[in-house]
Write a protein that binds this ligand. Structure first.
Ligand code: ADP
Ligand code: MG
Length: 703
């Protein structure tokens, strides 16, 4: 272990022993919060960069701007008050002198740095006004023969309350204790890489001569080994999930000639697009198999996914099974309900409606009708359907806007969605088929790694007759002009959405803002019905507002992001998004997708407030430049990184820390091959590797 510079103002206390239930210290809590609990977790916490304390540079040889370590004797040390209070120390190493400047310091520091003391100092050398100086260098008292660090000093990613020195010690002892024996057979390893043990020890404490660049750009073989290990764990858990699923059984749903799905097709008010036909066929093929379907239907906003879900439901119902359709919000669930009632009730299908706001007798009756099998299609919010409903014979579950559900929720769904007790004897133990729908496409690289266990169908074409949406970006100073535009639009019988900013910390502020905007617009647009919709309204009120708007009586709808997903009012032709810079790219795209649903030319106005951050700027630019959901998802990934993209924060899914899907695509391929080989020939090793890397989090990857 390298000596650690003792310069932090907070003296590092001992790293966590496995002490029993004593009150945890702040750094201990911080360690835990960062997920650094097991020895292996600490060992896998790798440095961000390194400091070179392995050599001493003579002041005379040091260049300006260089980070160096120097050693000398303090020739002068005093506190000056001008231009502000500071400790100024002159250090002499025999070749030259340098001034050390500290704007905050404790008496203990002054003592270490008093005249005549020998100290070792590390910092960036700068040309100051009165000669060379270092501002706030790290320092420690030394003797003439204090040894130098034997390796580069690691600097770890850390957090508030977790001093670097404390973390270093914790990592070093985790590394020393962790079991790092080689468990992977040589045959599956890419050639030329060090063992895990070697790689980790090397990366935590690289020897002095290591070219730091290969560490920092992670191209060094030690890094390659780590990345490979990580990718392998991830590919293993994916492949395992896939194989486990292949062992499950589901009802095979036959396609009868002249069956319900054909009657639905004939009754629809429009012809399916070619893309819709293709995905319906892909889904129907899955449904005929005795294994549960696990398919994602992706298609840009407005591409017509709902009718595809209806066709799938018709196949399931036609074969004598029940279907559940779940949406993330009540508004959306209700809209689906209406649409499906319109399409399927004339064909004699019984549809039940279930959401959180339904109470008492009505609710009990609905639940009973689902349980006894009378309700063939059940539409509602996911929470309700998952938590409170027992199906007689559930054959197909459809989740709309699946990206809104966390990974954990999807997992829960899988374990809860059992087909039900109404099964004939031979059908016991069958799992329902699962269809997920999303307008946020998964970029290819992510699909390969995170969603390897998912079959994907894509609708890559919009229904005919849509006019492209024109997107305009304006500063909030142009608000008046935008309101005038609303007036025009309404005068032509069109409808308008005004979306209020998202204020993450506070739902209350969100609401205030929406309410204020609602008043403002009501005044500015006399004689025109302006409605307000937000998440805190009672469901019945929400439904009433939505029905006024979709019925066309209400011209302008001021809303928070409750309308983000799925809402479908084809006559709406203008959308204004206030504080657009606060929204994520995918969210903006979803919002924009609420207009341009009919034949009318539509406009989306993005209002922003200066100053714009760089990422805000690039998001608005991306929105103005493209309407392609795939391109937007790609840029979103670029701007936010995969962690955010996958919504891992809320789901707790372990993401790749070391490997980069784009850069390390070669390693991804090798890991895939190795995963298949291990599962076939060495399942015990596969399990041990996954446990080492993912611990208890492996489950999440199966969602
Ligand atoms: P999304 O994929 O965003 O969920 P929807 O299913 O809400 O899209 O469909 C958007 C609109 O397009 C709806 O009004 C729907 O009825 C209509 N639609 C769907 N398919 C077609 C089609 N083939 N031809 C014409 N209109 C269609
Ligand atoms: Mg939809």
């Amino acid at each position: 272990m390298p000596p650690v510079a003792a310069s932090s103002p907070v003296p590092p206390s001992a790293p966590p022993a496995s002490a029993p239930k004593r009150e945890k210290s702040a750094p201990q809590k911080a360690l835990e919060k960062m997920g650094l609990e097991r020895d292996i977790d600490l060992a896998l916490h790798l440095p961000l960069r390194y400091e070179d304390e392995t050599r001493i540079t003579r002041l005379r040889d040091a260049r300006h701007g260089q980070a160096v370590q120097v050693e000398g004797v303090v020739s002068d040390s005093q506190v000056t008050l001008r231009p502000r209070r500071q400790l100024v120390v002159t250090l002499d190493d025999g070749s030259d002198t340098v001034q050390l400047r500290f704007f905050s310091f404790y008496p203990a520091h002054q003592k270490t740095l008093s005249a005549g003391q020998r100290v070792r100092v590390r910092g960036e050398l700068r040309g100051g006004f009165l000669g060379r100086e270092m501002v706030h260098p790290s320092f420690k008292a030394v003797d003439e023969d204090t040894p130098l660090a034997a390796s580069l000093t690691p600097v770890y990613p850390t957090s508030a309350n977790l001093p670097q020195n404390y973390l270093r010690k914790a990592v070093a002892s985790g590394l020393a204790r962790a079991r790092l024996d080689e468990i992977l057979p040589e045959a599956v390893l890419p050639p030329g890489l060090p063992s895990l043990h070697e790689a980790l020890h090397f990366l935590h404490h690289p020897p002095p001569a290591t070219p730091v660049l290969t560490l920092e750009d992670r191209s060094h073989p030690a890094w390659q080994r780590l990345k490979f290990e990580e990718l392998l764990a991830q590919q293993l858990s994916q492949l395992q999930a896939q194989r486990e699923r292949a062992l499950l059984r589901a009802p095979a749903l036959p396609l009868e000639r002249g069956g319900l799905h054909e009657r639905l097709l004939a009754a629809l008010p429009f012809r399916l697009t070619d893309a819709q036909r293709r995905v319906v066929e892909e889904i129907a093929r899955d449904l005929q198999r005795p294994q549960p379907m696990h398919r994602l239907l992706q298609g840009d906003v407005g591409s017509g996914k709902t009718v595809v879900a209806a066709m799938a439901a018709a196949v399931a119902i036609g074969a004598g099974w029940q279907c559940a359709l779940m949406a993330p919000t009540e508004i959306l669930a209700e809209q689906h309900f209406r649409k499906l009632v319109g399409w399927l009730e004339p064909l004699g299908i019984v549809i039940a409606w279930l959401t959180g706001s339904q109470k008492g007798k009505a609710r009990r009756e609905m639940i009973a009708r689902v349980a006894d099998g009378e309700a063939q299609l059940v539409v509602g919010t996911h929470a309700v359907i998952q938590d409170q409903v027992e199906f007689a014979r559930l054959g197909l579950a459809v989740i709309d806007e699946q990206h809104r559900f966390g990974v954990a929720q999807r997992l829960a769904l899988r374990s809860k969605m059992k087909p039900g007790p109404g099964l004939a004897e031979g059908d016991a133990g069958l799992e329902p088929h699962l269809l997920m729908m999303s307008a946020t496409p998964i970029p290819r690289t992510l699909a390969m790694t995170y969603y390897a266990d998912l079959d994907v169908s894509t609708i890559d074409e919009l229904p005919p007759g849509r006019t492209p949406i024109v997107t305009k970006v304006f500063s909030d100073a142009k608000r008046e002009m935008v309101v005038a535009r609303i007036r025009d639009e309404v005068a032509q019988g069109r409808q308008v959405y005004w979306v209020c900013p998202l204020i993450e910390e506070s739902e209350k502020l969100d609401l205030q803002n929406a309410t204020a905007t609602h008043e403002q617009l009501s005044q500015a647009l006399p004689g025109c019905m302006v409605g307000l919709l937000h998440g805190r309204m009672p469901a019945a009120e929400k439904a009433a507002v939505m029905s006024l708007f979709s019925g066309g009586q209400m011209a302008v709808l001021v809303a928070t992001t409750v309308i983000e997903v799925g809402v479908d009012v084809p006559n709406a032709s203008l959308m204004v998004i206030e504080h657009a810079e606060r929204f994520g790219l995918s969210q903006l795209h979803q919002l924009r997708g609420r207009v341009g649903r009919g034949a009318v030319a539509s406009v989306c106005v993005l209002l922003y407030t200066s100053p714009l951050s760089d990422s805000g700027k690039s998001r608005l630019k991306a929105m103005a430049e493209t309407h392609d959901g795939f391109e937007i998802a790609r840029r979103d990934l670029e701007i936010r990184g995969p962690g955010e993209f996958l919504g891992a924060r809320q789901s707790g899914a372990p993401l790749l820390r070391f490997a980069n899907l784009e850069e390390d695509i070669g390693l991804v391929r090798q890991a895939r091959r190795a995963a298949a080989e291990l599962l076939d020939d060495h399942p015990g090793i596969a399990a041990a590797h996954v446990a080492r890397w993912l611990g208890g989090k492996a489950e999440y990857l199966k969602a």
